[in-house]
Design a binder for this molecule. Sequence first.
Ligand code: 26V
Length: 812
Amino acid sequence: MFSDKEDFKQSFSEKLETTLGKKVDSATETDAYRALGSLLTDEINKNWLKTNKHYQESKEKQVYYFSMEFLIGRLMGNNLLNMQLLNTVRNGLDELGFSLTELEEKESDAGLGNGGLGRLAACFLDSLASLGYAGHGYGIRYKYGMFDQRIIDGYQVELPDRWLSKEYVWEVRRPEEALEVRFGGEVEMVEEKSGALTCKHTNYEQVRAVPYDVPVVGFDNETVNTLRLWSAEASEDDTLKKASKQSDFDNFLEHKRSLEEISEFLYPDDSHEEGKRLRLKQEYFLVSSGVQNALDNFEKLNLPLTTFPDHAALHINDTHPALLIPELMRILMDERGLGWEEAWDITQASVSYTNHTTLSEALETWPVGMVRSLLPRIFMIIDEINERFCQTLWERYPGDFDRIASLAIIADGHVKMAHLSIVGSHSVNGVAKLHTDILKKREMKIFYDTFPERFNNKTNGITHRRWLMHANEPLSALITESIGDQWVRQPDRLQDLLKYKEDTSFLNRLNDIKQEKKEELTAFIKDYSNITIDPSSIFDVQIKRLHGYKRQLLNALHIMHLYNNLKANPNFNMTPRTFIFGAKAAPSYHFAKKVIKLIHTIASVVNNDPAVRNRMKVVFLENYSVSMAERIIPATNISEQISTASKEASGTGNMKFMMNGAITLGTMDGANVEIHDLVGDDHIYTFGLSSDEVLEYYKNGFYSSRKVYDEDDRVRHTLDQLIHYSPFSKGETEFQDIYDNLITYNDEFFVLKDFASYIDTQAKISEDYLDTRLWNEKSLVNIARSGKFSSDRTIQEYASEIWKIEPSGILK
Ligand code: 26V
């Protein structure tokens, strides 16, 4: 590692020359970015080798975190931070005429995920390495990640995300470790002379899984774990060698294309995508490569197979990798010769599962016919798991047909992946207290009654290294200056900040930092969207996927309401506000796309009306991403977490905002409940129906949105503007669907029901914000209480309660 700045400058200049053939003064920013990447990977590789060797020799248990999504974002800044090189490199680059911030911008955002679930996986990898746990990720190297969002005339248009068109400096292709994955064909059970049954699989199609490894660098230690991303390629079979005519060649190309399609794109949906064959192929491709690889690693230890669960934990991030269960069974039985019971014990003891949603449309099921034709052997095993499971249920609940039918893994012609995941694993967890309670008491009640010991809660977390130390350096510096740097390793110590609650000079500095960040964001928005906003206004932010249950519509209707008030009464008392949105809608989600159009329409009315000029502005930031979140969150005053209670399993944005001193405006949903418990009523704004009330309404059907509309003038007036002539509708029918959703279809997400209490709470915020001292105090309490939401805490809980591992990486 470079000993100091001069040493760095020397190595950097040499790198530019030896790898890119450039002198510092003729190098572009992209050259400099590539040289820096290469310089860092040289260093990282040393510890990577050391870590792998250590894991191999110590035979310590390895955790493999299987996830269809890893929403990594950029790695340059994060790796520099974890390697403790930020200042050396920043200063060295400055002296050579480069800005680190500009170089960071040259890296493409690895957007291999949809939202919360994928970003959580990335935070977990950072915590695993930073705490020195042997934990690795298995995922897919999608050629195209989350689509690029363009807004044209207020409408979302999707473009492919060509993130690999720039060289990705962090990955290493390892073709020598490629594996084969089989699809389709026929399966036959053949009786051997010995009487044993063996499985014969013929006529299958074979695809090559090539690993690309990305190092996961721990914070201030020597642990470098691995994120292994699999890419699908055509196998080198003899089809091409035997080709004698043009059509053979064409067929081969067609065949190759169809195989490579498997890792071509990320499904850009976070809930309601229909069961698609290609998605099923992706899921099996991931688990088959991963399980083979994990078993290969284990077999290098030369230990009996029955000890596999002592050396490997296989975690499935939602049900997407649930085929891991039958795949492990298949390999253990068909390729390693174990009997069913032995294989089953090993499988159950090594697999654990996290549930991330109770939305019924997001619970995966696959048509039996599709699974059978695409994965014939896997289907046979699932069928057998189901048979045996139903048999034990029958012994336990004789005659209770209803119960058995609702627990079965295969029912109504579909394989239910959540059921398979629960039955095939030893641990099932939810992602926040409320969510786990809802799973136990409602959504998965019958499973909980059957296997109560399997269910547990692991409240989500976020890495404070990326989301506080890197995203908000001035705030981190103030914290360290005030309470020392122990919070960096023990984020709970952020509580020590509470002693500054009454300290005027501390509170003022906190205020200055927020202001500095708001000014930076103001400049960014001017540059990016050409909108001028007022950095002294309240920055009120909602950034997350666009979904009915997240209720961006409630936020939008409130803005219409405020605008109406200002127009009707120019003296209307309101603290100036800037409403900031960032959100992608699934390409096929019609309603969500209409809400995007509505927000743009509101923005154009509000931002172009001189009558409200200094009072409010609305900004929709196109193509929201991890890097954009890193700019927005430190500058936020109000964090909008306004989902219909019971619907947001946890939320993790809420935690990032809190850690950066924003105040939550939220329903009692997901982890908001735990934020409320930690900060108390005075430091959070809660409103709306409780989850019990919502669930009760769903059960009894007594909610009538029409009644709210009839009885509340504010609701009626605002909604009428969607369909009658108004500055927003301009007499068009554009927003008829939104109106119908709320009135004709009875407002599934209780937007109107919560409207009044949302408006009142927002008014209270307007007032409270004027008391700067009180506001800064709220901000301080949020930062001080946010330590619980470091993903280090979450990972320690997974490690000790689910995976049963201790730190075993190389700690300094
Ligand atoms: C479902 C599907 C369906 C098929 C197409 C692709 C796809 C991708 C993802 C999903 C499930 C999404 C579930 C999810 O993201 N849940 C979120 O998980 C966060 C981390 O635990 C949590 O904070 C959020 O509240 C929860 O909505």
